[in-house]
Design a protein around this ligand. Sequence first.
Ligand code: CTP
Length: 130
Amino acid sequence: MRIITFGTFDVFHVGHVNILDRAKALGHYLIVGVSSDALNMSKKGRNPIYSQQDRIHIISSLRSVDEVFVEESLELKEQYILEHKADMLIMGDDWKGKFDHLKNICDVVYLPRTPSISTTATIEIVQGLS
Ligand code: CTP
């Protein structure tokens, strides 16, 4: 089973490790689309703290991850799934229901987020320290 998932994975944290490990456990090959800096800017209204190149480097170095590519647009999920021959799309449940229209080309599974941690919250805590 080939699994695909997407995310920015900025300021890498344990919630990111958990979702990638759980995604991998559902199949044998894990493909990760890492949001480009430009996509992150349009999605979240700010540049990531870590550059696209460094975020890709971090995700590529993980034991659970077999392949990484740059996600240039949120609208291209169908194309990415077909190109990478993915059997299952995994998303955190903050996206619940948003990708159900892709169920005609692959399984779509939403996994519960790890509680009490996020990149945005971490950035806000660190900003508050200065
Ligand atoms: N994720 C998770 N548990 C968390 C945080 C993130 O399972 N506590 C998952 C998301 O659901 C997504 C992936 O990790 O599938 C990448 O999420 P990303 O948006 O990069 O991380 P966040 O910490 O949610 O970032 P932000 O706070 O900027 O939204």
